[in-house]
Design a protein around this ligand. Structure first.
Ligand SMILES: Cc1cn([C@H]2C[C@H](O)[C@@H](COP(=O)(O)OP(=O)(O)O[C@H]3O[C@@H](C)C(=O)[C@@H](O)[C@H]3O)O2)c(=O)[nH]c1=O
Length: 182
């Protein structure tokens, strides 16, 4: 595995070490020994989302303390424009965002630390993602940000074609938002 640090501290793109042969290929999609190097906690939940149409947007989501979580996300079919926003109080990159393209072809994944909001838009029809989480789903601690929040000014490659009612109606940020204390 090769770890590539992105512009938000603690966010890491993971490039797998693919061993190819005449049968196809093989790579380790998870290895706790390797993930210890970037302080990933034990996985307690795995989720899978499939998205029929190109332009489907999910996010931006996070869980509030004490149920904040790390996520490890990989696209196993198709491709997505994956976005993460730093919500950590006192972080030098507070309210900054960055993105990575995750694709089945690249076989890359992204490690997102606690205190981030996360979302994506699909770049191809039938895009599927697998997420590993380090905290259980706690709907009463779920929170969201608007994908088109003016303060964040996120660049999306296309307008969303499909988005849930919940994601369309997340609150917009104001100066009162001081960040998440972990
Ligand atoms: C996230 C989640 C949802 N659900 C349920 C709630 C709802 O009925 C249905 C779909 O949930 P959502 O609409 O929240 O699914 P979705 O919008 O795909 O939520 C995901 O979005 C991306 C961007 C993330 O980062 C993930 O952590 C997760 O929040 O599944 C669970 O049962 N367990 C879970 O862990």
């Amino acid at each position: 595995m090769t770890f590539v640090e992105l512009n938000i501290s603690g966010v890491v793109e993971i490039i797998p070490d693919v061993k190819g042969d005449e049968r196809g290929g093989f790579f380790r999609s998870y290895c706790q020994q390797e993930m210890d190097k970037i302080n990933m906690k034990p996985i307690v939940q795995m989720n899978h989302s499939f998205n029929v149409q190109k332009g489907t947007l999910r996010g931006l989501h996070y869980q509030k303390p004490p149920h904040q979580e790390q996520k490890l996300i990989r696209c196993v079919h198709g491709a997505v424009w994956d976005v993460f926003v730093d919500l950590r109080k006192n972080s030098p990159t507070f309210l900054q965002w960055d993105k990575v393209i995750l694709s089945a072809e690249k076989m890359n994944s992204i490690f997102i630390p606690e205190g981030m909001a996360h979302g994506f838009i699909t770049l191809e029809n039938n895009s599927e993602l697998i997420y590993a989480h380090t905290a259980f789903y706690q709907p009463q601690f779920e929170a969201g940000l608007s994908f088109d929040d003016k303060m964040l000014n996120i660049t999306w490659p296309t307008k969303p074609t499909i988005i849930s009612d919940r994601d369309r109606n997340h609150p917009h940020l104001s100066d009162e938002f001081k960040g998440i204390e972990l």
